[in-house]
Design a protein around this ligand. Sequence first.
Ligand code: 13P
Length: 245
Amino acid sequence: MRKTLVAANWKMHGTKAFAVELLEKLNSGLESGKCSAQVVICPPYPYLGVVADKMGQAELGAQNLSEQPSGAYTGEVSAEMLLDCGARYAIIGHSERRSLYGEGNELVAAKYAAAKAAGLIPILCVGESLEEREAGKTLQIVAEQIQAVIALGLPETWQNAVVAYEPVWAIGTGKTATPEQAQEVHQFIRQQLGEAGGATQILYGGSVKAANAEELFAKPDIDGALVGGASLKADEFTKICCAAN
Ligand code: 13P
């Protein structure tokens, strides 16, 4: 039985004071809602420590990491450093990293390997653009993104790992994939993961809100959500987390 996981991707938003206030409201909301979901908060790097001190029932994650273990890589942050700051998860290959910072499938796979080697749980993001969907290439694109990780031949590739399906056209646009569209791709992803995929949590991301979380979570292969905009509003995010109850 896979537990529902709801992860917050704060992206590059907020201040220290904002982070503290949001966490305090979220903690009390999760407690009073008797929220059964696993909750992961991924703040900007400088606020990892602030959030780590206020976690409550939630766990800490990062939005990115370096594929390198250490060394002369100015501006980069390693998996070990994230663990040292209390993180247990790291988002890998978010579409904004892929499209704005040129992260290709190979680099994303190397980052995935770095997270696994250090004992961090990667949240591997995959998903197609609108153009790719309209060209009927959704499953092909997602398969290529997953196969790049499989090609590394890591031990127990999909254990202690999470996959997030985030169609690029649904991110920050208010256009959510329908539960049926998402389920189709989630089921396909689970097949791609092979035998171990039965236990791997597969999250949906892209304009998830309190109003659509429950119908998404009701699908058999949707095990939770990776939430951007709505994770910056305590009430809304709490409702998404509790939609799994
Ligand atoms: P939105 O929830 O704002 O669409 O963002 C989704 C996302 O990119 C989460 O990683």
